[in-house]
Ligand binder design. Structure first.
Ligand code: G3I
Length: 391
């Protein structure tokens, strides 16, 4: 049953709505998921919808597994909020994407302000990764082992790990992660890979560094924090995903939202948003090793965007009253039309990789360049805002 009569969450008459995870699995994806926060339970209708495995088959904790939450002081580990999210997911028969271990942001000050040698940083990374992953061992389908290690120009983002270990920290992190939970899929995760080929190639460089060290890495997560009017074409999104599947990896959209700026949104921007959500989901369907899609929250009433990007918002599949938007209907229709077109996802033996991409699809190169150029100002704002928001 892929459609449900949804009451409560939607004002007015009963609405028959698609159920995204059920549709996604029928279309050959492993899951359609959402980020979750402990505060979600304060909105009963939102929380009820979030808890239905036919709507979402996967959770990502938005903050509860980050270093500042799990090891606030050296050697003292704390998992309260993360445990409740993980146990809820498992009782709902959902998968967990666990997030995140090595990241420049939301570090406790004992890490961010410490003076580290190569040996002392290696030891702290091993302790953090082995304790945190060990605590959740067997419960995380995937881990974002390293998050946002690149600047938008493809250079390495400065952080305590790079300062102490240079670019060896990538393989070091993945080595400890593989030892801590050999069954977990280990991902590199970043934003704006969709917009900037130089950044996407930076992620290729990181993957190759880890592979050259003989250390497992299983996937690249593209966060997919997009802006209406600047989302690349479905073909170019597919081209970017295939940069990683060509290396023998899985890919996933891990934090999808498509913000509208300027506000207020209108019929035109809302319709454009629907088309761009279709391009995002469609590009995942186009790539056999694209595992699934996670939205970073599903209602405009509970999105991180407005407090991070002034003048932007309305980014989600549901509006501020948590009523479905055209984007929800368009994504549902796309997934329904893809039913049975890919075999069900087989975690034990994922589909084979894609052909090695040669050049960006010329037919839309100009569009991509335009979108890239146009995105530049967004990205500058993104980086500044992200830095501000995560400072
Ligand atoms: O925990 C403190 C609380 O004690 C304090 O009272 C409160 C008010 O200042 O702040 C709380 O910390 C907030 C934290 O979320 C936990 O709620 C931070 O201010 C706030 O900046 C932080 O925002 C999170 C952001 O990451 C930080 O970079 C967002 O909720 C979270 O959705 C967002 O998620 C990231 C992904 O992890 C990585 N990709 C980008 C994505 C969006 O930035």
């Amino acid at each position: 049953m892929k459609f449900a009569i949804l009451t409560g969450i939607v004002a007015g008459p009963l609405v028959v709505l698609a159920q995204l995870n059920a549709l996604a699995k029928d279309a050959g994806l492993l899951y359609f998921g959402t980020a979750v926060s402990p505060s979600d339970s304060s909105d009963s209708a939102y929380y009820k919808y979030e808890n239905d495995v036919k709507n979402f088959g996967q959770y990502t904790p938005d903050n509860a597994q980050k270093w500042d939450a799990t090891e606030p002081s050296k050697g003292r580990f704390s998992y309260g909020q993360a445990d409740s999210i993980v146990s809820r997911a498992l009782s709902n028969k959902m998968l967990m994407r666990c997030h995140t271990l090595v990241w420049y942001s939301q570090l406790p000050s004992w890490v961010s302000s410490g003076s580290w040698t190569k040996d002392s940083m290696t030891s702290v990374m091993e302790s953090h990764i082995s304790n945190v992953m060990g605590h959740f061992k067997g419960k995380c389908y995937a881990w974002d082992v390293v998050n946002e290690a690149l600047e938008d120009n493809g250079s390495y983002r400065q952080n305590p790990f790079l300062k102490a270990l240079g670019d060896s920290y990538f393989a070091v992190a993945f080595k400890f992660a593989a030892a801590a939970d050999p069954a977990a899929k280990l991902y590199y995760n970043d934003y704006n890979l969709e917009y900037f080929p130089v950044k996407a190639d930076g992620a290729v460089r990181i993957v190759k560094l880890v592979q050259a060290a003989g250390v497992p890495i299983h996937g690249v997560g593209l966060q997919a924090h997009m802006t209406v009017g600047r989302t690349p074409s479905r073909e170019n999104l597919t081209w970017t995903l295939n940069k990683y599947t060509a290396l023998g990896l899985d890919v996933a959209y891990t934090e999808l939202d498509i913000r509208i700026k300027p506000l207020p949104s209108n019929a035109s921007s809302i319709e454009a948003q629907a088309k761009e959500y279709v391009a995002m989901v469609g590009s995942c369907l186009d790539v056999p090793r694209c595992v699934g899609i996670t939205v970073w929250g599903f209602s405009d009433a509970h999105s991180w965007i407005p407090q991070t990007f002034s003048g932007a918002g309305d980014s989600c599949l549901f509006d501020k009253s948590t009523k479905p938007k055209p984007a929800f209907s368009s994504v549902s229709s796309l997934l329904a039309s893809a039913s049975g077109k890919r075999p069900p996802w087989n975690t034990a033996s994922p589909p084979t990789g894609a052909p090695v991409p040669t050049t960006m699809i010329t037919a839309t190169t100009s569009a991509a360049v335009t979108s890239t150029a146009a995105a530049t100002s967004t990205v500058a704002a993104t980086s500044a805002a992200a830095t501000k928001s995560t400072a």
